[in-house]
Ligand binder design. Structure first.
Ligand SMILES: [Zn+2]
Length: 87
């Protein structure tokens, strides 16, 4: 039997992938914060690990737009960590 994984969509490229391949972000106190556990309550948005998507989050504030919340330092740090992990 094939076990189906839930698919999540990247807010930048809109491609769908298994949840474990994307990074989840949620809104906490009006600001977008990373959710490394993927289990925080509330509305979430996902970003895949592609360099152009990480760039778009930083330069075009895609997570802030998607979640209609402030996008600040917490997101920048999380994205920077993802970028470093890819190098
Ligand atoms: Zn993407």
């Amino acid at each position: 039997m094939i076990k189906r994984q839930p698919l999540r969509m990247c807010v930048c490229c809109r491609e769908r992938d298994e949840q474990r391949n994307l990074m989840r972000f949620v809104v906490s106190d009006g600001e977008v914060v990373p959710d490394p556990t993927g289990r925080a309550p509330g509305r979430g948005a996902y970003v895949c690990g592609k360099p152009e998507c990480l760039e778009a989050v930083l330069k075009k504030r895609r997570l802030g737009q998607a979640l209609k919340a402030g996008q600040g330092e917490a997101v920048e740090k999380a994205i920077a960590a993802l970028q470093q992990a890819k190098e």
